[in-house]
Design a protein around this ligand. Structure first.
Ligand SMILES: [Mn+2]
Length: 335
C-alpha cells in the first residue's frame, strides 16, 4: 500500500468517478468520515457517491449530505450501477472487505484504485493507497488531516466540520478515551476557529431518542445486567424478545455497553444482543485488557484495544456460556 498522500496528483488532475464506502451498520464516525470526504471530493470537481452497506441509524439523519447516501441493502441496483464505472473506491472506517457484509463480493470484483483511511488493527493487504493509523481517535480525524495534507484546508466548510466533529466526538466517548490526543483537540480548535457550533451536534446525537429507548435502557440495567466480580467483568445480554417488546431500531443500543464499565472496579464490559440473524457483541475495557485480541480469539471480531465487536452463530444462551468460559480462560489477566 502506497502512502495516502501519493494519491494527491491523481485527485488533482482530471475529474474522477469515485465511490466512498464504510462498514455495515455505520456509526457516526463511519458516516461522518464518509460524508466529509464526499463534500470535499465534490468540491474538488469529482463525481462522488457514498454507499452504505446497510441502513444508517436515525440519530445520524441530520448529517449534511446524508440524503445522498445510497444504501446497498435497500438500493442494490443503484449501488451496483455506481460500482460498475468508478475509477477510485475510498474505504473508510474499516479495513477488511468482510466488514461490508453482502456488499463485500462486489467490492472484491472492482478493479479500480482502492484507498484506505482507517484506524482499526490489522488491515487486509488489498489497498493501493491509504493510511492505517491505530493511534488516530477516529477515521473522521484522518479525513480532516488528509484534507489539510492536500493543502486544501480552505475547503473545510461547515458541512465537513460538523461531520468530522461528530465522528470524533462519538469515537472518543465525548473526548474522554485515551485516544483523545492533541491531534483531536487541535482539529476541534481549528474547526471552532472556523465557526463550528458544537452544542447542536451533541444534542442531535445524544438528546434525540424516543421514550421507548430510555425505558429499554432502564429494563436492560435492571433485568439484563450481570456482574462477575470475580473477573471484574460485567455483561448485558439482550434476548430478541426485548428488541421486539421495545421496538428497538438500529442505533438504539449504541452506548449501552458503556454503562457496566462505570461500575467501580469493572475492567471489561460486554453487550451481547440476539439480532435473530446472528448474535452480535460489543466489548469495552479500561486499561490493559485487550478486547480486540479477545474478540478475535473467541468471537470472529476485532477492533481496538479498548473497544471491539464480535459475532456468534450460536444461540444467545450458548454464546453467553461461551463468553463465561472465555472469561475463565482469561482469569489471570482480568484479576
Ligand atoms: Mn471509527
Amino acid at each position: 500500500m502506497k502512502s495516502l498522500i501519493e494519491i494527491k496528483p491523481i485527485l488533482n488532475s482530471s475529474p474522477k468517478s469515485i465511490a466512498i464506502t464504510m462498514h455495515q451498520r455505520p456509526d457516526a464516525d463511519a458516516m461522518g468520515a464518509s460524508l466529509a470526504m464526499f463534500d470535499y471530493l465534490r468540491q474538488k470537481g469529482h463525481e462522488v457517491n457514498v454507499i452504505s452497506p446497510t441502513v444508517f441509524p436515525d440519530f445520524l439523519k441530520w448529517m449534511p449530505g446524508c440524503d445522498h447516501v445510497i444504501v446497498f441493502e435497500t438500493q442494490k441496483a443503484k449501488a451496483l450501477e455506481v460500482l460498475e464505472h468508478i475509477d477510485i473506491l475510498f474505504c473508510l472506517d474499516f479495513n477488511s472487505l468482510g466488514r461490508t457484509k453482502d456488499l463485500a463480493p462486489y467490492l472484491e470484483k472492482t478493479s479500480c484504485i482502492k484507498v484506505l483511511l482507517d484506524h482499526h488493527l490489522e488491515p487486509q493487504q488489498i489497498f493501493d493507497y491509504g493510511k492505517s493509523d491505530i493511534s488516530a481517535a477516529s477515521t473522521a480525524l484522518l479525513v480532516y488531516e488528509f484534507i489539510v495534507s492536500m493543502d486544501d484546508e480552505k475547503l473545510i466548510n461547515n458541512n465537513i466540520a460538523q461531520c468530522v466533529y461528530a465522528g470524533t466526538m462519538t469515537d472518543t466517548g465525548s473526548f474522554r478515551f485515551t485516544s483523545t490526543s492533541y491531534r483531536v483537540h487541535l482539529m476541534v480548535a481549528k474547526l471552532m476557529e472556523k465557526g463550528l457550533e458544537h452544542e447542536p451536534i451533541h444534542q442531535a446525537i445524544y438528546d434525540n431518542y424516543l421514550e421507548s429507548r430510555l425505558r429499554f435502557i432502564g429494563h436492560a440495567l435492571l433485568n439484563r445486567l450481570e456482574v462477575f466480580y470475580e473477573y471484574n467483568v460485567a455483561m448485558i445480554a439482550i434476548p430478541y424478545s426485548d428488541i421486539q417488546r421495545f421496538g428497538l431500531k438500529t442505533g438504539d443500543t449504541e452506548g449501552l455497553v458503556n454503562f457496566p464499565l462505570s461500575i467501580k472496579g469493572i475492567k471489561m464490559a460486554a453487550l451481547i444482543i440476539d439480532r435473530k440473524e446472528e448474535v452480535r457483541m460489543s466489548f469495552r475495557s479500561k486499561g490493559e485488557f485487550d478486547v480486540n485480541a479477545f474478540a478475535r480469539k473467541y468471537f470472529e471480531g476485532g477492533g481496538h484495544q479498548n473497544a471491539a465487536g464480535g459475532r456468534s452463530a450460536d444461540t444467545l444462551e450458548k454464546t453467553v456460556e461461551r463468553f463465561k468460559n472465555a472469561l475463565k480462560e482469561n482469569e489471570a489477566i482480568l484479576k
